[in-house]
Each structure stands twice: as structure tokens, then as C-alpha cells.
Design a protein around this ligand. Sequence first.
Ligand code: ADP
Ligand code: MG
Length: 691
Amino acid sequence: MSITEIFGSNVFNLTVMKERLPKDVYKAIKKTINNGTALDPEIADVVANAMKDWAIEKGATHFTHWFQPMTGITAEKHDSFIAPTDDGKIIMEFSGKELIMGEPDASSFPSGGLRATFEARGYTTWDPTSYAFIKDSTLCIPTAFCSYSGEVLDKKTPLLRSMEAVSKQALRVLRHFGSDATRVISYVGPEQEYFLTDSELYHQRKDLILTGRTLFGAKPAKGQELEDHYFGVIKERVSSYMKELDEELWKLGVLAKTKHNEVAPAQHELAPIFSTANIASDHNQLTMEIMKKVAERHNLVCLLHAKPFEGINGSGKHNNWSIGTNTGENLLKPGDDPISNKKFLIFLCATIRAVHKYGYQLRLSVATAGNDHRLGANEAPPAIVSMFLGEQLDEVIQAIKAGKTSIDKNEENIETGVDSLPVLKKDATDRNRTSPFAFTGNKFEFRMPGSSQSIAGINIVINAIVADVLSEYADRLDKAEDVDAEIWNIIKDTLNEDEAVIFNGNNYSDEWVKEAEERGLPNLRTTADALPLFKSEESIKLYERLGIFTPIETSSRCDIMLEDYAKALHIEALTMIDMASRDILPACISYAASVAESVASQEAIGLSVSKQKAVAKEISELNEVLIDKTDALRKAMEGVGSDDPVKEAEYYKDNVIPAMEALREVADTLETKVDSEYWPMPTYTDLLFYA
Ligand code: ADP
Ligand code: MG
């Protein structure tokens, strides 16, 4: 099959619908997809039947409501299509009711206290704006998930609400520009980084199996210093993995586009072509799932943790975000003459103001135990949220602030010095890779998210904060007598009030930490510092005002995220204790004994062994420290268990993490001194430079 035939072959998309649905039904669905209007439930039976026939032809036997509970991953419960007949046989059935609504037992999904277990009922409802697809002989229907009393229990529903919010407020602003758009859509293209390692090696590391990252491991002799991996030639085993991954994703209609090696050894990236935030989020979940599954077929394991290896770059997920109208206009496109493009300037300013006013929201949207290891290391943007606009826009901003309404255009070409090469027009934005939130030509790239995160939460926040500023702008414009003048006032006010968030320098530098503090930008270093702000009064009001979360939904979500942080650290600490006491310590003691024995036997025949004695002494002393530090971590763990999720997160941050770090330090030192034959698990060199 050719790629064009493979693409979307397992998706119940508009082409299939057009073929298989009566014209009026097809039209109704298309209208819902394009305009977000409610669907007439009457047509559900017709759609369900067509879906079922199509799925059965494709070999499907089951269907499932595919949803995204607060675990950050997807959930599915499969039901077969079979229905008994009077004569003891079966027919294959799928009704409109089954398509529209499901009732999975919700009691085991996190709800942050929203739903008592005795009221376990949760409902899934069909999201017709994201296509159904077939995976593992099962027809998967993307659905939203809510509780009996209507509280949202998932990540999709609030994402859809946030898309509505930004659309509504953007349209209010656009009205003053005479736009005939009836809908504004948020678009997202998530670049997904990941590591691959050999499956056999992986299975010898309890830490990787249980926590997704290495809790021990000395620095390898070779890391990423040569920078020879980035965009390097892809090794055959990996390239055959990538090829199969692309094909599997294409079948599911995921627009997998770019693949390359990343900076760290064994690190790679996959980027799709952007789509609506809702579909991008569904597809990113699918992508992560398929990445893991395909890896198994190649005896590989795909690591999606944000920081699998200490001292080696972690993996991020660059969230490229923009908004555009249903008339095909990208509202973040500067055009040839940005200073006279007031519409662009308004939407640019709205984003600047949103990032300034609600920087902490962006920070907390990426707050996880895993990502804390990444943010602020010399590889990922720091925990301080700032924004990069690039030279050209900076010039525009300075001009506006100085009261000018035009600037000299100096379009530059890139001189390659070789006449036979085509002349390249210089990109309007230089690429500042250190900025957490960078303007990249016609979109913003948010670089803080960790690689395993669902992108739903991130885009809920971006949509919400931008929508909120747009509503403030719209209120001003609605009241203005001279709209044109007010547009300029809004732009100028924003640049005066919110310029502090713009930073074009090196975000990795220590000077920036100091300067950011002077500028009043928060530096929320850890998840425990950032997350509680989610349930601050300002935050609760923000989401309530925009109709994204009720107050109780915000605070329960905040608690779930705090609990996730504590749970992740709980598992990590226990895994460390287990590995230290049952694997590392026994190996180190055996090694110390064997050195001691060999020293004694050499001494017995009069050989000089003073230096070898020192080796034995050092190892046995380190072993004592290892025991101490393991005990200290055990002790720290005795203090966990507060009922208050904020206090519990703080306790982990202040007591458990330091104890984990101290234990790791001594174990990693031992690794560099103990005979490799004795070391009980594969090392960084083994894992990163597997064959
Ligand atoms: P980089 O050079 O930053 O690695 P790529 O071009 O590989 O970027 O990927 C950028 C991502 O941004 C892709 O997923 C792309 O589809 C997406 N993208 C491009 N334009 C837009 C847009 N207007 N809105 C949202 N995402 C976009
Ligand atoms: Mg990028």
C-alpha cells in the first residue's frame, strides 16, 4: 500500500463518513466538527450502524469509549459487538445509545474527592469532533468523561471548554476589526522527545521498570559533550523502529512528519503536523502509546520520562500553539509589516500579557516530579517563565513604545557565500532555544512541558489565560467611542505594563535568575512550590469566570496533581531503598570482602599491599555510608502521610528528596569504584550506547 492509502486507513474520517452516511447525516456531523454546534441525537443510530459495519469490515470485534481520566493517560473498556438472538446465535450490534454514552465504573480513577466511591458512576460521552479509529481490533470512540453530578473527571472536557472560551473572547475582539469569522480555533503541534534503550537491559533495572527513570547511575565516560548525536545518522535498529512507528501512526490518521536524533545519546524526536488542540491532544496520547508498543516489537523500550538519566538531557514536549479563524486566518501571523498590522499586534499583546500576568499558571501546568529534574538544568528552560519575541518584533515594540507607527524595513538575506546556492530570506525570528515561551514566526513554542505529560492540561492553561486577557481587551473595545484609538491604547498599555516578561537573552544564565527577580517574575523551582497556586483565589476565579472549571473542580484537580507528585516520589523512594539494600549493598560488600581476602593472602606471603588496603578501606567505608543513607531515607519515609496534599508535597520536597539525593550520591560513587563484574545492573554506558 502507498502512504496515501495507508494514511487514515483505520480512521472513521470525513471521507469514510461521506461514503457511508446518508447525505443529511454526513452534513450534520460535518457541521458539528467545523462549527462546534450540538449534534442531533436522532442521527446517532445511523452513525453507529455505519461505524460498526466499517469497523467489522476492518476486522474489529469490539468497541470502546476511549477517554482521558486524570491519570494523564488514556483508559478504555472493551465491549464486543455481539448480541444474542432467539435461536442461540449472535448478531453484531452497535446502537446509537452505545455510541453516545457509556457508563464505565469510575470508582478507581482519581477524582480529587469529587466523587465518593459509593457514587462511583461516571459517564463517557461521544466527542464527534475527534474521529473514531480502530486499534487492536477495537473501534475506539473518543469520549469525554464526567461524574453522575456533571463534574468533569477528565482532561478532554476542560480542553474543549478552554477552546470555546478562547474562541468566544477572540471573536469579541475580532468583531471590532470587522472580521466575518464565526469561530476561532486553537491549534497545537507537539514535538515529542523520547529515549530508546534495549529491552533486555531495561528489564535488569528495577528503577526503570517501576519509575521510568534511573534512580542510580554514575556519569558515563562519554555523555553528550561531543554533540555528535543531534541530527546524527540514525542507526538501523532505530530507523526500522521509526519507520514502523510512522506507519502505525499514519494508519491512525496521526500526521507524523519529522523524526530525528536528539542531543543526548539514544534520544530522538517525533513531530506531527499541527491540528486543533483537541485532536492534537488525542493524537499525542495515541502517539505515546504506539511509541511504546512498537518499541516492544524491536526489543526496545521507549522511555517517555522527562528525565530518565541524570547528567544527560531530559526529554521535553515542545507545545507549538497558535490561534486562527475558521476563515483560515492565523491570528499570530505578523505579515510583511507587523507594525501596521493591528490585528496581529492585539493578539500578540494578549499573549504577552497573559504570559506575564499568569506566568505561574504556565509553570504549574508543567509541574511534575519528573519535570522538576529538567527545568532549570542546563538543557531546558528554567522554572522562570519569560517570553522571547526575536529581533524583528522587538524592534516593532520599541518603535511603538517610542510613539512611532512605522519602521524601516530591513529584510535581510542570508549570505552563504556560494553563488550556486539559492539566496535564503532570513527568518523573522532568531531561534532562542533557551526561552520557555518563544515566538517562532507565526506561533508560540512553549518548551517547558515534560515528555510524558498529556498536553491537554497545558493547552487548557494557555487557552484560558489568553482568553482572559482577550476578554479584558474586548470589554475595553466594547466601551470605546473611538475603537481605533482604543486599539492603540491597549497595545501601548500592554507593552508598558507587561514588557517585563519579554527576555531575549540566555535563560540558562545565573544573571537571568537575578534579573528575573528584580523584574518581579516568579521563580517557582519545584512542583511543591508551583502547584498550590492552582487553587489560589485568583486561579479559581479565572477558571470559573471562563466556564472551564468550577471552583471545586479546580481545587480537586490541584489536589490530584499534588498527590501525583507525592505518589511518584513515594514509589521512587521505596524503589531506591529496595535497590540499595538488596542489590547495591550486597554487591559492594561482596566486593569489599573479595578485596580484603586478596589483600590478606598477598600480605601473608610478604607482598606489599598498602595501597590495595586503602582500596579495601575506602570501599568498606563507603559501604557504611551507603547503609547510613539508606537508613536516613527509610527514616524520612516514616514521616509521610499528611492528609493535606500541600503539606505532603512540601514534606517530600524538603525531607524525602534530599535523602534520596544523598543516597544516590554515595551509591554512584561506589559504582565508579566497584569491579564491574560485581555491579548488579546495567550502567549508563550500557543503556545509552546499546548495540
Ligand atoms: P522546530 O524547528 O522548532 O523543531 P518543527 O518545524 O519541527 O519545529 O515543528 C514545529 C511544530 O509546530 C510542528 O508540529 C508544526 O506542525 C507546528 N506548527 C507549525 N505551524 C503551527 C501553527 N500555526 N500553530 C501550531 N503549531 C504549528
Ligand atoms: Mg521546536
